[in-house]
Write a protein that binds this ligand. Structure first.
Ligand code: HEM
Length: 121
């Protein structure tokens, strides 16, 4: 039996590290860095992103208490280029933490499914 996505990401500790790496990459990314530098509450976004990847849908046990993706990005006018830049940062963070190819593709599938709720909502 295949382990849950939550376990393949390294559980809560693995997800913490992956999200921290991805957010550091977002801040250093010339395409989206200012979005994150000017975020109203980056600590909250970090905490919510950790919950988002650790909640029931990945096989984790934490509840997700944040906004849905359209609500979280409403009014930001996120572009396709920015969406791709963020997605690439996340995929690179997964690779950096030794997450295998199949699991990275699973995450990519989830991120892609969220595209319409993030771009120009
Ligand atoms: C690729 C998939 C993405 C996921 C899974 C994601 C996930 C999230 C989550 C969970 C939150 C926190 C929601 C809350 O506070 O309740 C958030 C907030 C935020 N996201 Fe995203 N996001 C994505 C793409 C993007 C993109 C492309 C941008 C812009 C370039 C972006 C910019 C932001 C900013 C600036 C905040 C914080 C807003 C604030 O402080 O009010 N996100 N995101």
């Amino acid at each position: 039996m295949t382990a849950s996505l939550y376990d393949r990401l390294g559980g809560a500790a693995g997800i913490d590290r992956i999200v921290d790496t991805a957010i550091a990459a977002h801040l250093a990314n010339p395409i989206i860095g200012t979005r994150f530098a000017n975020a109203r509450d980056l600590d909250r976004a970090r905490r919510m992103a950790k919950e988002f990847f650790a909640h029931g849908a990945s096989g984790g046990t934490l509840p997700y208490t944040g906004k849905d993706m359209a609500e979280a990005h409403k009014g930001m006018n996120v572009t396709e280029q920015e969406y791709l830049a963020a997605t690439d940062d996340i995929l690179a963070a997964l690779a950096q933490h030794g997450v295998d190819d199949g699991t990275r593709n699973d995450v990519l599938g989830i991120l892609y499914s969220l595209k319409g709720a993030i771009i120009r909502v």
